[in-house]
Design a protein around this ligand. Structure first.
Ligand SMILES: [Zn+2]
Ligand SMILES: [Zn+2]
Length: 421
């Protein structure tokens, strides 16, 4: 029986990742995520007949990889496989998604509960049989617990990178590229298919120096940041560098920090996180929040793109004083308030311009262009490279680069496309 891959989501788009791998009779689905349209309505992936689906794999706990998993729990009991920390953080992320977008989601809390009940945790490099498919997960270096999923279908070895990073961060060791050596077909994200990131130690130093400068001048630094991973990374950097001014954090960052501490086998520098938890201050509620921005120091708060959350409150308070600073540490999506602030110096037309210092630091958790090539080169028996999780522009650019450098067949995936193994 000949095997194939079907792209259910993530073709020429970032997010909504969903990759079916199998044959005519049965399959596994690697990730089942969502993304959002310009009006913030969730988009869900294509579907496969439930009786064909023998299992799901969650490569990591970002919503764009797990947000649609509960749909299959409405009428089936299909198992989901992933690392333990992916399950623990995934629970928070799915709950949060229901809270924020509940009326636009085709499932409810019962199905989220069922997803968690059917979640089987696996360790890195543990071999698992799902029907006739052999599955392993190896470290993808993107966020704690993230995995490269490798599936053996007949005589072909297929790997899907999920989201991947090859540099060492405080939270994650670099991706385990050795696990790709026997791969024939690689489905790879190419979020940054066109760009390289600056070297991480340089970004860390520049960020730290900028923070110190502001605080030593009596200002307060707001770091709007995703609660999952980016916030803990920033707090760990400040801790490692011995920053000795007040540091506070606000939002879901605390719950995720606690989960990370409980799952320290997935954390590169668990020592730093433990110190962060003991020494830095968690903002408990409004009473704290009203006080914390008045003293010089750093506040790490969600949301990363200033779309909501406590970061917005702090921004208003720190806005008019040039002594203060707003340091963005995440990619700022199109049409987000964060992007507007960078491009126009304010978030709404007619609003006053930001007087606090504004800077953007590239702490990306995705591989850059050259690193993506390095990842594909690690697959020594590579026959086909399939590009997903990328804008059409980035995907096409990277595909032609990869064709030239690797000499293998490179396919820019589109949703609904079937690719023979
Ligand atoms: Zn993603
Ligand atoms: Zn991700």
């Amino acid at each position: 029986m000949s095997g194939f891959i079907k792209i259910l989501g993530g073709g020429k788009e970032v997010g909504r990742s969903a990759i079916e791998v199998g044959n005519e009779e049965s399959c596994v689905i690697l990730d089942y995520g969502v993304n959002f349209d310009s009006k913030d309505n969730p988009n869900f992936p294509l579907q496969e007949l439930p009786k064909k689906v023998k299992g799901f794999v969650a490569t990591h706990s970002h919503l764009d990889h797990i947000g649609a998993l509960p749909i299959y729990q409405i009428s089936t009991d299909i198992q989901v496989y992933g690392t333990k920390i992916t399950k623990d953080i995934g629970e928070l992320i799915l709950k949060d998604f229901l809270k924020l977008s509940g009326s636009k989601i085709p499932y409810e809390w019962v199905e989220v509960r069922k997803t968690l009940d059917h979640f089987r945790t696996i360790n890195y490099n543990e071999e698992l049989e799902i029907e006739n498919f052999k599955l392993t997960l190896s470290n993808a270096g993107h966020i704690p617990g993230s995995g490269i999923a490798k599936v053996v279908v007949g005589d072909k070895v297929v790997a899907y990178t999920g989201d991947i990073n090859t540099i060492e961060t405080k939270l994650s060791p670099p991706a385990d590229l050795g696990s790709l050596s026997d791969v024939n077909v690689l489905v790879m994200e190419a979020t940054y298919g066109k760009f390289n990131h600056p070297p991480r130690p340089q970004v860390e130093n520049e960020f730290y120096e900028a923070v110190r400068e502001v605080v030593e001048n009596g200002g307060t630094v707001l770091v709007p940041s995703f609660s999952l991973a980016r916030s803990q990374e920033i707090l760990s950097i400040l801790m490692e560098k011995g920053f000795d001014y007040p540091v506070s954090y606000d939002g879901m960052v605390k719950e995720i920090l606690e989960i990370m501490i409980k799952n320290k086998e997935f954390i590169n520098r668990a020592d730093l996180l433990a110190k962060v938890y003991d020494s830095y201050r968690y903002v408990k509620g409004w009473e704290d929040r009203h006080k914390v921005w008045k003293e010089s120091g750093v506040i790490v708060a969600s949301a990363g793109m200033l779309k909501g959350g406590p970061a917005l409150y702090y921004l208003k308070k720190l806005y008019d004083n040039p002594k203060n600073a707003v340091f963005l540490v995440s990619y700022q999506g199109e049409n987000t308030p964060g992007r507007k602030l960078i491009e126009e110096g304010r978030m709404e037309s007619n609003a006053p311009y930001l007087k606090a210092r504004l800077e953007l630091f590239d702490f990306s958790s995705h591989a850059g262009k050259d690193q993506l090539l390095e990842i594909a080169k690690s697959a020594k028996s590579l026959e086909k490279l399939v590009i997903v999780h990328s804008s059409p522009d980035n995907a096409e650019f990277f595909a032609s680069l990869a064709k030239e450098k690797l000499g293998v067949e490179v396919i820019v995936a589109e949703n609904g496309m079937e690719i023979k193994l």
